[in-house]
Structures are given as structure tokens and as C-alpha cells.
Design a protein around this ligand. Sequence first.
Ligand SMILES: Nc1ncnc2c1ncn2[C@@H]1O[C@H](COP(=O)(O)OP(=O)(O)O)[C@@H](O)[C@H]1O
Ligand SMILES: [Mg+2]
Length: 365
Amino acid sequence: MNNPDRINVAVVYGGRSSEHSVSCVSAGAVMSHLDPARYNVIPVGITQDGTWVVGETDYDKLAINGRTMPVVAGGQAVTLSIDPAHAGELRYTDGDNVGELYARADVIFPVLHGRFGEDGTIQGLFELSGVPYVGTGVLSSACGQDKEATKKLFNAEGLPIGQDVVLRGRTELTEAEKDLLGLPVFVKPARGGSSIGISKVESWDDFPAAVNLAREHDHKVIVESEIVGPEVEVGVVQYADGRVVASVPAQLVGTDASEEGFYGFDTKYLDNVVAAHIPAPLSQQHTALIQSLAVEAFHALSCEGIARVDFFVTEAGPVLNEINTMPGFTPISMYPQVFAASGVSYEQLLSILIERALATHRPKE
Ligand SMILES: Nc1ncnc2c1ncn2[C@@H]1O[C@H](COP(=O)(O)OP(=O)(O)O)[C@@H](O)[C@H]1O
Ligand SMILES: [Mg+2]
């Protein structure tokens, strides 16, 4: 039975993005780390078709099983009230009929990655519904999900980024663009995640196929010149009092030795070939620089609460790759690990995020 003295946390996961399964794995880990003395967990799954259902209470079922990724298969449908007078109410639905209360969430934790989860759309729903939620708001979510917007905002703040060209509609680069970028290039859906749809192109002959693959995920495609250097990831968290703190950096090891040749989907989640040095073996000066750049990147996008900021450390210094406004929370994900190495346990990290969400909620606006 739910204990009324505890905070009801609705953990929403799955969803319509290509990162559906990663979200399920992240959510399983989040739910099993929420301190039962303080929180009642309300699991809410979203199927790949977008139906909200009562979620899984056996968190082991949300783990990766061999090379099989979990999915939200279906179940009793529920809906979130969009009436602020009933903020946080989740009710069973049957066709068009809204029925009994499933649960009343004090706060929603959208453990969702990618489209319709990390891109501001669901954050807009929570704003309209008047329910507090973990993580960053509509604007920063939308900008963080779009690699073009992210880089433009980083650039406007004078933060270091690599060369890129955005393809709208066309499949070819001009000769001048090819010269600017050089080979190899990385071809990416502008609004993707988990490396899905990304190719490393070593020959211009392979370029159109890579653009077509990226377009399966987004009609807007971004082409970047290769940045050479180890990949370093930094967690950023914001406390209820507004303090923004960067974790120690992690340095990924083995991404280039992987079959994909970069930090691709299989390398990330399935192959168990990538490890990380935590903290990254960088000089104190480099570490401090990367941490301050991570905080600047967080503010460049007006982030709140949470972000993971990813870099390449080149010979000329750190270069920003991207920002994730709902980073992975799987047991092997960097975000919880870099904070554990910074003295903040997984459980504490979740509490900080929830307290921040509750502290900043503006119910009457
Ligand atoms: N410009 C680049 N230079 C070198 N490697 C890159 C570049 N862009 C991406 N990669 C490789 O591809 C991986 C996935 O790219 P990323 O932009 O982080 O996409 P996602 O949002 O899907 O994580 C990176 O972790 C890195 O290994
Ligand atoms: Mg990435």
C-alpha cells in the first residue's frame, strides 16, 4: 500500500522515440534506486505507439537480457489529467472513458530519452498539467535535442565546437563544404540519440547512403568533421537552492576499438567493450576547465536540474560534442557513475533531482 507520508513519484518511461528500450532500462534502474523510505514509486509506461499504461513493478523485467532490449508491451491504459485543478492525477482509461484514480503524482520523473520525451514536448504537457517534473524545461529540452540548435547556442556563448553543415532536403554537399569538413565525417539525424542513425563516412561515395540512413530518423541531417581525441563526459546537477555542480569527468575507453569504430548503439549498450576511466586521467587544470565549460554549456541552453555534457579532448583543448538533458540512467550509464565518483550516490542524486523539481514548481503561474 502507498504510504501517505512519502512523496509519490511517477516514473514515466518507454515512449515513441528510437530510444524506447534504453529508456526502459534507465527507468528500471531509477525505480530500484528510489529510496522506499521517502518515495512511493508509480510506474507509468508509454508504448512505442504512444499509449500510456500502468508500468512494470518487477524492475528486473526492464533490464537488458542478453542482447534483448525491454519494451513496454501494453497493459491497463492510464491518462494524466491536463486540468491543473487535478494536477498529477493519473486515471485508468477505457476507450474514451476516464475512470478510477490509478495514482496521484506529487512529481513526475520522465526517464525518457529522445523524441517526445527529451525534446520539450512532454515537458510542455507537464507544464500545462501543473505537475512538478524532474529535469529541464521546454526550451532547453527542445534545444538540447536538436544538434543544430545546441551548436548555435554554444557558438553564441563562445564555447568551443567543431565544424558542421546542416542538410535540409538535399543529400549532397558542395565541393566547398567537402573541403571545409574533410574526411571522415559523421552524418547524424539532427534530433536523435543513442547513436541511432549515425554513420562515420570515410569516402564521399558512401555519403548519400549515410544521409538516407540519418533521414530515416530526421529529415534534418547534420554533417560534422571528425574531432580527434578521447571522449569525456561530465554530469551536471542543480540543487534545490540553485547551485549548479559538475561531476568529475569520465573518459571513455575503447570506443574506437569497437566494431562500429565509434561510440555507437551496440557499443554503448550491448557489446560491453567500452569502459571508462572515472575520474578521467586529465591534469587538474584540464579537469577544472572541462567542468567549467560543462556548467557554461548548461547555462547556454538555459538548462535546469540536470544535464550530461559530452566533450572530445583534442590536442588543442576540449571541444563540446553535445548535451543530453535526460542522460542515460542505466546501471552502466555515465551520469550516475560520474556522480558516484564525485561522492553523490545514485540514491542521493535522485533525491537532489526530485527536491529541485519540487522546489522550483510554480503552481499559480
Ligand atoms: N564529430 C565527431 N568526431 C568524432 N566522433 C564523433 C563525432 N560525432 C560523433 N562521434 C562519435 O559518435 C558518437 C555518437 O554521436 P553523438 O553526437 O554523441 O550522438 P548521440 O546524440 O546519438 O549520442 C559519439 O559518442 C562519438 O563516438
Ligand atoms: Mg552522444
